[in-house]
Ligand binder design. Structure first.
Ligand code: HEM
Length: 295
């Protein structure tokens, strides 16, 4: 039987989200980290109220499916996406903030025996399916039946693994809101109210859609995006979480957004700035199960 991808990758979007990254304590072994990550999801029945997705630094996982985000990505004008790789990633989500808070605290307690929390971000679903630019985010995502083949390695020794790109983007909401709706639509490449793609003859080549639609060998590169809004009234943005069966589409989209190669920088990057950037391998359920604490 094919290994089971972590179900939280595809779970319906719940209202409240917690994202944490961890670094191994000096002397702790990766196997202890895998055990702690596995233990985080264990106390709960599969039908529990919290979705759990755990990821590990690519260089800690065998077989190799991706490389760490070690070098910043810099475009020709100096725009830079920082590389802030950590050893583990935890994405918890739930419908109720209190339940999520309690669960995340318990998870932290387990993980802190072997690792130190390096980042923590609180996310939520803004206006059903919009990001904090006010645009619908996820329109071109694969459908439910397409998503597994886009996001998960289908066969071979790493079958069931997914590669996640995790990037926190802080928005400059004042600058964004100073734009007219028409100017915002040129930045995204879609209409604001109903997310209809602008016609090719009017869609600027700098638009976000123009930069992230990448064709290779006649095929569009596909990823599964699970972004949410994050933050507070004064400091907020988009928690970008993208899954793919291979690292290349994610990496190529980032390079094109920065203008690497052709010098065309994504206009969206003038209104939102990446604060972090890391890749994680999301191992399948069966690969983590052997690390589970004994019942
Ligand atoms: C602040 C960060 C970001 C925001 C606010 C944002 C927002 C959006 C919006 C509003 C759309 C149009 C609707 C849709 O199809 O979902 C979109 C499309 C898309 N974005 Fe982003 N995005 C961000 C970062 C990224 C990053 C970092 C990547 C890739 C690594 C990416 C990849 C894509 C892709 C592949 C599409 C679909 C293009 C298409 O097929 O039409 N986005 N994004």
């Amino acid at each position: 039987m094919a290994p089971t991808p972590q179900p939280g990758i595809f779970a319906a979007a719940l209202a409240e989200h917690a994202y944490l990254e961890f670094d191994l304590r000096p002397g702790a072994a990766p196997r202890e980290l895998f055990a702690a990550l596995t233990a985080v999801g264990e106390p709960m029945p599969a039908t529990g109220a919290i979705n759990v997705v755990v990821g590990v630094r690519p260089s800690l996982w065998e077989p190799v499916v991706a490389v760490d985000f070690l070098a910043p990505i810099t475009g020709p004008d100096g725009f830079t996406m920082p590389a802030t790789q950590h050893d583990a990633w935890l994405w918890l989500s739930g419908a109720d903030r209190t339940a999520l808070f309690d669960y995340t605290r318990a998870a932290l307690g387990i993980l802190e025996t072997v690792a130190v929390a390096a980042t923590e971000v609180s996310g939520w679903v803004y206006h059903h399916d919009r990001d904090l630019t006010g645009f619908i985010d996820g329109t071109e995502n694969p459908t439910r039946s397409e998503a597994p083949s886009v996001a998960v390695i289908a066969a071979g020794p790493a079958a069931g693994c997914s590669v996640a790109l995790v990037q926190q983007w802080r928005h400059d909401t004042d600058a964004w809101e100073a734009l007219s709706v028409a100017a915002q639509e040129d930045v995204i490449g879609r209409t604001k109210a109903d997310s209809i793609e602008l016609d090719d003859d009017v869609k600027p080549p700098t638009s976000h859609v123009a930069r992230t639609v990448v064709e290779e060998d006649g095929e569009e590169l596909a990823i599964l995006r699970r972004n949410t809004a994050y933050g507070t009234v004064r400091d907020h943005g988009t928690m970008f979480v993208g899954f793919c069966a291979t690292q290349h589409p994610l990496d190529e989209m980032l390079r094109r957004m920065a203008g690497v190669g052709d010098g065309v920088r994504d206009a969206l990057t003038r209104y939102t700035a990446p604060l972090t950037g890391a890749y994680y391998v999301i191992p399948p359920v069966e690969a983590l199960a052997p690390y589970a604490p004994e019942a």
